[in-house]
Design a protein around this ligand. Sequence first.
Ligand SMILES: [Zn+2]
Length: 247
Amino acid sequence: MIVHQAEAVVLRTWPVHEADLIVSLFTRDHGKLKGIAKSASKSRRRFGGALEPMTHVLANYAIKPRQELVRLDSFEIVTSPLSGTIDYTRAAALAFYAEILEEILPDHDPHDAVFRLLLAVLEQTKMGSIWMPLTYFSLWITRLMGWMPDVLRCTHCGTAFAGRPAYWQPHTDGLFCIDHRRLAGSTLSPDSQGLAVRIFRQPIAAFANEDWPRNRAVDLRRFAIQGLEHHLERRLTTAVALAKLGG
Ligand SMILES: [Zn+2]
């Protein structure tokens, strides 16, 4: 049995037995893990307040050979989402990150770029300003999974969009010019194409002072989210909740 301490972000918890919890954890060193926190709901000393999804923790855990679940010994909070004000929209954004990472990340496969993306996005997800970090996260996670097409050229013929709308449709990879679009597709505006280019070139902090109401770049978020759903082969529950908020 090898004992580790690693930075991690809590994704989900499920109650088991009397007071135990199963915790899904995205660790920096070992990728996504599931572990058992014995007596977690009784032991405030070992886990107090640190089991809320999207809490950034230092996790102490033991990996046992031939066992699927690691043993979680204790967590220390680095940053808690509960340290800022939570309203329904911020909670919906945090749940969105958690659902995507839970679905996308393979077990035991570290992904430092995704880990850094998540920490940067969490820092920006404040009450009253969720749409910028949501958009940034949706685009980058799609790209880091290798599912983001070139946003400046038609996937079919390579022609640059050059100030014209691009077209996409559900259940199909890519962005298309007017000649190669299909009926019943959606558009990605030239503004959103330009914004996507900036998002892939600049750190999230570069956007922190921009005005970002919920209707800004809606087409870009929808494009990224449908790409994620297409590859995951299911609707994201939290994306439905966000769509109801207008996002
Ligand atoms: Zn084309």
